[in-house]
Design a protein around this ligand. Sequence first.
Ligand code: HEM
Length: 189
Amino acid sequence: MSEIAEINYGPLKALVGVWQGDKGMDIAPESDGTEENPYYETITITEGGDLTNGEEQVLSVVHYRRIVSRKSDDGVFHDETGYYMWDAENNVLMHSLNIPRAVSLLAGAALTTENYQNGNLNFELNAGIENKDWGIVQSPFMKAKALTKSYNQKLVVENGKLKYEETTMLNIYGREFEHTDINELVLQK
Ligand code: HEM
């Protein structure tokens, strides 16, 4: 019987599962100031196998879908999908992120083994419009009216919890705005 080689998910293994959390806080822009939105969310992260690029680079992949609802009215107000990808040979982590505002990005970072040990994980990823490796793509409207300048994500998985902080720097309503989101989620059994 032939054996199927097991996929080496490395740091991505710690992400796989259904995560739920209700301690979210969103700080978002408004034309006349700032809105603060307490929220809950589900992030579903599934194994996506591996693939080869250019007959050379092997990436292992997990896919995610993130649905975020306002506590005040239970309405979904953020819907995000993408992949986390890991290049084992160079120990590089990448995160592609898409939101239906016509904004997409690819964030990345080099890891060391200190970023993932004993099933735990911590990392910080960046993307920016001036970043030549990790960029942001957005529609002409968004470029003109609600430009995403940079994105930073810090994420930790430890003891069955996933905590993140993310900062999206915007230029909107004629000013710079620090759009932030923070939450703590628990792995569902
Ligand atoms: C939990 C995560 C997030 C939540 C709950 C959230 C929520 C919001 C809210 C409530 C607004 C204001 C919308 C309005 O006034 O109509 C907003 C604006 C915006 N968000 Fe987010 N956001 C999240 C993450 C992100 C991320 C990751 C990005 C991009 C990388 C992003 C990009 C934008 C942009 C470009 C705007 C300006 C659009 C506008 O207000 O007209 N957001 N977001």
